[in-house]
Design a protein around this ligand. Structure first.
Ligand code: ADP
Ligand code: MG
Length: 253
């Protein structure tokens, strides 16, 4: 990440992020396909009790400012620019509406999309992603209810990567799963459970199962934090009811 002091700032995401993830060379249009958002969480009660100051401040919708409070290491304030920054008073709903919704809902139109949270332990990844998942699923079901002309099938799978080992969170078996590369499917997880969803409550139940299955590693920062990566995958398939069972029927995935 680059940084310049004072009131200049760096457009970090466009320079470094997009090319790496898109594999490079797919043209200028690909740049807009990655959005980098920052969310600042409020100080915890412990942090407040210890008298720790908030060093990060969102000065507008896209810029975040770092002011070091180390007395023996004074540095100039540094500004960083992202597609969007959310200050600590923002609700998860706002983060979702303004930062995530469009990307998440593009799946119903056949677009492959992913939302992931990256950050230090205790920075608020689980808190944010739990809310974001809830909002996304509510909106997807809302979309389905409003489009009765199409028949939808939703499939759900979930894995955990812990110490480089891949585990199926929807299976009681503890055997590590293997990753394979396939010319057509890309990278996939062998023998992964995929559940066809009955309704939203079914999915809520499965997400709780995943949460219970996750290993909790103890760290100094946050006793409840799990030092593992969780990937939830929802596949949305739909076909026009009018053509169901006929030659012309096609399925959008
Ligand atoms: P991570 O998953 O990144 O390790 P958590 O999501 O577990 O971090 O968050 C650490 C703690 O901070 C939790 O107790 C969580 O409830 C709280 N927290 C995180 N983000 C917020 C927020 N935006 N508002 C209020 N509390 C938050
Ligand atoms: Mg977490």
């Amino acid at each position: 990440m680059g940084a310049i002091g004072g009131d200049e700032s760096v457009q970090w995401d466009k320079m470094n992020g997009a090319e790496v993830v898109n594999g490079g060379g797919s043209g200028a249009g690909s740049l807009d396909r990655i959005q980098v958002l920052v969310r600042v969480r409020p100080l915890s009660d412990k942090e407040i009790a210890r008298g720790e100051p908030a060093e990060w401040e969102c000065i507008n919708d896209t810029t975040i400012m770092f002011r070091s409070t180390f007395p023996d290491r004074p540095t100039a304030p540094t500004a960083y620019t992202f597609d969007r920054v959310f200050h600590s008073e923002c609700s998860t709903k706002e983060v979702y509406q303004e930062g995530v919704k469009e990307v998440a809902l593009s799946v119903v139109g056949g677009i492959n999309s992913s939302v992931f949270a990256y950050g230090q332990t205790s920075s608020g990844k689980t808190f944010t992603m739990t809310g974001v998942t809830e909002c996304t699923v509510a909106d997807i079901y809302d979309y389905i209810n409003k489009h009765e002309e199409r028949a939808f099938v939703l499939k759900f799978s979930a894995i955990e990567i812990y110490n480089e080992v891949v585990r199926d969170l929807l299976s009681a078996e503890n055997t590590p799963l293997r990753l394979w590369d396939d010319a057509e499917k890309g990278t996939y997880v062998e023998n992964l459970t995929e559940v066809i969803l009955r309704d939203w409550n079914h999915l809520k139940g499965l997400i709780s199962v995943c949460e219970a299955q996750r290993r909790t590693g103890e760290t100094f920062l946050n006793e409840k934090s799990s030092r593992s990566h969780q990937i939830l995958k929802l596949t949305v398939e739909s076909s026009a009811r009018e053509f169901l069972g006929k030659d012309k029927s096609t399925t959008l995935v």
